[in-house]
Ligand binder design. Structure first.
Ligand code: HDE
Length: 710
């Protein structure tokens, strides 16, 4: 045996080429059957006469159709709608002090990863931008086997014990009698369940917040949610929670916009990820860990094993330990994104479990799901194969790929020379953490899990004014879709325990009064008086416009210099400016500049962009002013709080769209636009320095949205 873990050392080359041996390309090849027979005609079935019946002996027809009949595999019961990308992970410095996990030791080692992002409730064909938790599942192909970090973009969960999982999912899925609504929680069965499950209240705050409407998967955090253990070479263990922090910060869509996008481009987030990678905008996330010493397990106001609680960063800081970059799109959606099979129980030496009762249930559930969905040999599929060699005595089953040459398939054996042999710990053999357990068998919930409201209140206290407003609007929307008055009443009965003012605001639109608090104030632990700044999205990264999409509205007669200069400035900063006009083709500027139109007003509506720029040019603006679609464009972008810039005559389109504060017609020189600027509307008048103008617009885009307009 060779190599540190008793297997051949895996070189960089074989790591990169893990999937290559399975790739097929038809370039320059003949069409064949699955048996390799060349086909010379595939457009007509074999018939008795050109108008006669099809013959049974047409093996090509039967093979093609029967294969098609079996093309679908069961979609995931949850997280059916997904998108994925390949990439790599690198640790910043050795984590040997905390864990012996091989891929966390050496900053020069790159570990290939495959990440699948998903929504939870919708079926495989549902829209990307619905209000939902997002899955964030990472497969690390480490030299010591697969490590799956199967997380979400929200750090807590609805329930505390896995036995409730079928209930929460049945409640949120389309109702069983009419299978409505698709991919939405705004219906009676979901809120019926939630109104009877006070432990869900912290999670409800997160899913009703803007976190549930990510602008891009490259702009959302990831959380392992469950508590795991790090174990070092000395056998010392610590509790650990995992975090992904996006380099672009955490940014969201507006609910009205998200709903419209769902209709106009159901693939919005999938497309954003795909195109981003094709253009070289590689999503990047820093990897962080929070650790709690075993001895401190009972020292916090929350139970570290309770998956409905966060560990506030002020009490347990996040240590940033590495970075993941996603730089390659899959070659085939089905073979990779659909067939990838995650399991929180896929761990490597140095990572172990805690008694978090949600995690414990997950450790059973995922492998069971993969067997139903794919089959017992799911681990042999190219996307699921570890780069570390696999040797064991498991055999046979449907779709077995491996051709085991050994005569022995049992252990111990002498005929096979005792192989495959047991690996001692020193050779990487996995040894479970020897936790001491001395307990009675009970079916009960720990008292330390019974604080349902403190962190929900902390959430409310931690978010900014606009975030509060959005959360109230979301609850009003969802609960006013609920037909049962009783359920609405029960929900207010829970919300009032989180915060009376919150409940009062929600009550205004849902037709039921706020009841008295049911939980005694003493039931609120100290967290209820605390603020955890990391909960708010307000102070997230706002210093980059990388990957942002900007629409440039123009028609014939635009000011060429104003268009091209801004376009260049935006592209130089990593944004993607696109020219939008009435029709595709070339438009001409007054100064002879010609530009190709990228999208029409209808195929590239404002909801597809992060910002809008309107260069001047008398004729261009006069034409746009006659187009209802152009006026609606500006109005809608303004309503969704997006940054808008207008140069010279471009101001007149803002005036035509009735943007408050724009009352001049024509090009001013010293009109005071500072109140508009404070709302992210940037205007260049005669004499404005154009470099400064572009700079100000870029800063407004980096802010993402200008909520003060609301
Ligand atoms: Fe999952 N979950 N889950 N889940 N989950 C699945 O596995 C389950 C939970 C998460 O892109 C299923 O392969 C139980 C928490 C993601 O392929 C299934 C419980 C978190 C994905 C399953 C939970 C997650 C899944 C369905 C309660 C965040 C998609 C298909 C104890 C930490 C992975 C599949 C992908 C998928 C069970 C709760 C994340 C049925 C029983 C908490 C990201 O096995």
């Amino acid at each position: 045996m060779t190599g540190k873990n008793g297997h051949n050392k895996i070189d960089e080359h074989s790591k990169q080429n893990n999937l290559e041996q399975f790739q097929e390309s038809a370039d320059g090849e003949y069409l064949t059957t699955n048996q390799g027979l060349r086909i010379n005609h595939t457009d007509d079935s074999l018939k008795a006469g050109s108008r006669g019946p099809t013959l049974m002996e047409d093996f090509h027809f039967r093979e093609k159709i029967t294969h098609f009949d079996h093309e679908r595999i069961p979609e995931r019961a949850v997280h059916a709608r997904g998108m994925a990308a390949h990439g790599y992970f690198q640790v910043y410095e050795s984590m040997a002090e905390y864990t012996k996990a091989g891929f966390l030791q050496d900053p020069s080692v790159t570990t290939p990863v495959f990440v699948r992002f998903s929504t939870v409730a919708g079926s495989r064909g549902s829209a990307d931008t619905v209000r939902d938790v997002r899955g964030f599942a990472t497969k690390f192909y480490t030299e010591d086997g697969i490590f799956d970090l199967v997380g979400n973009n929200i750090p807590v969960f609805f329930i505390q014990d896995a036995i409730k999982f079928p209930d929460v999912i049945h409640a949120v899925k389309p109702e069983p009698h009419n299978e409505m609504p698709q991919a939405a929680s705004a219906h009676d069965t979901f809120w019926d369940f939630i109104s009877l499950m006070p432990e869900a209240m912290h999670m409800i705050m997160w899913v009703m917040s803007d976190r549930a409407l990510p602008r891009s998967v490259s702009m959302m955090e990831g959380f392992g949610v469950n508590t795991f253990r790090f174990v070092n070479a000395e056998g010392k263990a610590r509790f650990v929670k995992f975090h992904w922090k996006p380099k672009l910060g955490v940014h969201s869509l507006v609910w009205d916009e998200a709903q419209k996008i769902a209709g106009k481009d159901a693939d919005f987030l999938r497309r954003d990820l795909w195109e981003g990678i094709e253009m070289g905008d590689y999503p990047e996330y820093e990897f962080g860990v929070q650790m709690i010493e075993e001895a401190d397990e009972l020292k916090f106001s929350f139970d570290p094993l309770d998956p409905t609680k966060i560990w506030p960063e002020a009490e347990v800081p996040v240590k940033i330990i590495g970075k993941m970059t996603l730089n390659r799109n899959p070659d085939n959606f089905f073979a990779e994104t659909e067939q990838v099979a995650f399991h929180p129980g896929h761990v490597v030496s140095g990572i172990d479990f805690s008694n978090d009762p949600l995690l414990q249930g997950r450790l059973f559930s995922y492998i069971d799901t993969q067997i139903t969905r794919i089959g017992s040999n799911f681990a042999e599929l190219p996307i699921n194969r570890p780069i570390a060699p696999v040797h064991n005595n498991q055999r046979d089953g449907q779709m077995r790929h491996t051709i085991n040459k050994s005569r022995t398939s049992y252990f111990p054996n002498s005929l096979g020379g005792g192989c495959p042999a047991l690996a001692p710990e020193s050779a990487g053999g996995y040894v479970h953490y020897a936790e001491r357990i001395d307990a009675r068998v009970v079916r009960e919930r720990s008292e330390s899990f019974k604080d349902n409201f403190s962190q929900a209140t902390m959430f409310w206290n931690s978010i900014s004014g606009p975030e509060k407003e959005h959360l109230v609007q979301a609850l009003r929307f969802e609960l006013s879709m609920v037909e049962s008055k009783e359920i609405r009443e029960r929900m207010l009965g829970l919300l009032v325990n989180v915060d009376r003012h919150l409940a009062e605001m929600v009550s205004e639109e849902i037709g039921v009064p706020v009841p008295a608090m049911s939980a005694a104030p003493s039931a609120h632990k100290e967290a209820a008086t605390k603020v955890a700044p990391e909960i708010s999205m307000e102070k997230t990264v706002k210093n980059t416009i990388k990957g942002r999409k900007v629409a440039i509205l123009a028609a014939d007669g635009f000011n060429g210099k104003e268009l091209t200069q801004m376009k260049q400035a935006l592209a130089d900063a990593g944004a993607h400016p696109k020219v939008v006009s009435k029709a595709l083709g070339v438009i001409k500027g007054v100064d002879g500049v010609e530009v190709e139109v990228d999208k029409t007003l209808r195929t590239g509506p404002s909801i597809m962009f992060d910002a809008v720029y309107i260069p001047g040019g008398e004729q261009s603006i006069a034409a746009l002013r006659t187009m209802g679609d152009a006026i609606h464009y500006v109005n809608e972008a303004f309503k969704h709080c997006k940054p808008i810039a207008a140069a010279s005559e471009g101001v007149n389109l803002l005036a035509a769209a009735d943007i408050k504060g724009v009352n001049v017609k024509g090009v001013g020189t010293n009109t005071d636009y500072s109140s508009l600027l404070a709302q992210g509307v940037v205007i260049a008048q005669n004499g404005t320095d154009m470099d400064q103008f572009a700079q100000t617009f870029k800063e407004a885009i980096a802010q993402h949205r200008h909520w003060n307009r609301e």
